[in-house]
Ligand binder design. Sequence first.
Ligand SMILES: Cc1cc2nc3c(=O)[nH]c(=O)nc-3n(C[C@H](O)[C@H](O)[C@H](O)COP(=O)(O)O)c2cc1C
Length: 394
Amino acid sequence: MNLEHAYNIADLREIARRRLPRVAWDFLERGAEDDITLRRNRAVFDEIKLKPRTLVDVSGRSLATSLFGATYNAPFGIAPTGAAGLYCFEADMALARAAEAAGIPFVLSTASFVELERVAREVGGSKWFQLYMSKERESAGRLVRRAADAGFEALAVTTDVPVIGNREFNRRNGFEVPFRLNVANAIDGALHPRWLVDVFLRTLMTSGMPRFRNADANVDGRIVAKNLAEFRARRDALDWSDLRWLREIWPRKLLAKGILSAEDAKQALENGVDGIVVSNHGGRQLDGAPSPIEVLPEIVAAVGGRLAILADSGFRRGSDIVKALALGADFVFVGRPALYGAAAGGEAGVAHAIGLLRTEVERVMALIGCPTVGALDANFLTPPEDIPASMAGR
Ligand SMILES: Cc1cc2nc3c(=O)[nH]c(=O)nc-3n(C[C@H](O)[C@H](O)[C@H](O)COP(=O)(O)O)c2cc1C
């Protein structure tokens, strides 16, 4: 199968699965522990029924979506993914370029294989930076200043990684960054020659062993970090005072990513953020956490209209995106779908993934009789009494 025969995100996923060695595939695809939350992220969408209205003129339909004063061409963007460079050569650039071409936002991960300054310099469009924050204010401040100097429009601080989730498959596969070769990985790599040559060897030859570039000691001749440990220092000690401090030093839009309760949404609001990302990290952190879709209604009831409510985790179809918007989300982000695209066809593959989702959202909007993103609300869902008890917060 090639790109033109990928008719949906599941097809792109299948191409990616065949191309990638196990160590890279598992890191992309799996969740934490028993994948309960990972599965729930998908299953929850089956429980929500759309309520179509007929004989509505949708000929002038538009996916234009306003967020933070900008207008995007679709109600979704590309979530931050660390180690994306395992999926295509310089994936961070490919993701940013495809997002720019599509007119949607792209969030660069702290854990990117390309320095944030280079992504900012070489790609236009709407670029946000995801922050893995250290408790040590000196190093945290240095990274935040770099993102500000580079011109990133928004800062999304990830709050759901006080410690890394239990991903046993990584240990089983010997997954590490900087990447280290062991016998099993070398054999697996040899069995996936296209990935070995196009991604791994090309990266090795241009910039050495894949590693987290924002943690390099030296970028553009400036000392920017001492080492990787500096970025991770005492992350388990972070609390709301650190968010308040970020609010003081970060001049643009600030988001807290990884919120899953009305209580935390209110705390985020009180501490001055402009938006929250309702997210369980794609099922990669706490196994047993709810799906964002299940908690969206109570979060919207608590803080809706007072800050932007974004959601990610499990979105694979345009209808999933429409359902979240109808439940009150202002915007959606996708992680793995963009990486499936990157693995299946580099920048063109990412563009294909975006195009598929965009077309699906547009088709669903026509089929439910809703011409604009702004008009999507709970009237396009089955009545509340038919909605499972777990979602009845609305
Ligand atoms: C391979 C991979 C790497 C990720 N790296 C990061 C990261 O560096 N920072 C972060 O905040 N979230 C990270 N995430 C989580 C995503 O930002 C997002 O929350 C999640 O992928 C959404 O779920 P989805 O993949 O089902 O769309 C990562 C996800 C994946 C799949």
